[in-house]
Design a protein around this ligand. Structure first.
Ligand code: C5P
Length: 217
């Protein structure tokens, strides 16, 4: 029997705690990641879903809940080889505090400084370590959308990058560019579900092409 195609999808924000009640994070509802998982499940694929803290999770996935970027990175590395298609839809926090305080920081001083350290780039790790797998990333840009996304596609060794502007936050419809090495597809004012379907279709096309090239070589 043929093995079920497996998707590894990261979704939602990561939260990096400064003290027990404060953290830095990114704006992310996790809706795009959920839409991608729903489409893949509908098509009867296996979905390993690694999610940062959000309110709801998609049904029927193998759910792994994480909080920080380091936890997400660990779970992605552990599950990477189980997947055929890896979609990095999470809004990973770029930095984490060097020190996490055990107790709530008191409001004593008029100024405080905190030091932050860069988090690992999870999508880049997946791109650099892929073995006949398809790796997808997202790029939310406020300027030079397509050019910046194309640079990230190459720099992170991704197969697809999905670029959108910040108007996609919490909105029902959005405009996205699905960019691969030799193609660019612009989808205007469509639901996240519609865009998710197109992304899944594109990943399967590329995956089949990789498998075909493997077979004839
Ligand atoms: O933040 P940036 O625009 O570089 O994000 C592009 C892609 O890289 C996204 O898919 C995001 O999930 C991923 N990323 C990551 N780890 C980071 C930063 C971004 O996987 N530390």
């Amino acid at each position: 029997m043929q093995k079920k195609l497996t998707f590894l999808i990261s979704s939602g924000p990561t939260k990096e705690h400064i003290d027990p009640v404060r953290f830095i994070s990114n704006e992310s509802s996790g809706k795009m990641g959920s839409a991608l998982a729903d489409v893949a499940i509908m098509k009867k694929y296996r979905v390993i879903f690694i999610s940062g803290p959000v309110d709801t999770f998609p049904p029927n996935v193998e759910l792994i809940k994480v909080t920080t970027a380091l936890e997400m990175f660990k779970e992605v590395k552990l599950n990477l080889n189980k997947a055929d298609i890896i979609i990095n839809a999470a809004a990973v926090s770029d930095y984490r505090p060097v020190k996490t305080y055990k107790h709530k920081i008191k409001r004593r001083n008029s100024r405080i400084s905190l030091e932050f350290k860069r988090n690992p780039d999870i999508a880049r790790y997946c791109g650099k370590n892929k073995k006949n797998q398809v790796v997808v990333g997202f790029a939310l840009e406020t300027e030079n959308l397509v050019d910046t996304a194309r640079f990230k596609l190459k720099n992170k060794k991704l197969d697809i990058i999905v670029a959108n502007g910040k108007e996609s936050f919490n909105s029902k419809v959005t405009t996205a560019h699905i960019i691969s090495n030799n193609n660019i597809l612009e989808i205007k004012n469509k639901t996240k579900r519609f865009i998710a379907k197109r992304i899944i279709d594109e990943t399967i096309k590329i995956f089949r092409n990789i498998a075909y090239c493997q077979n004839i070589s």
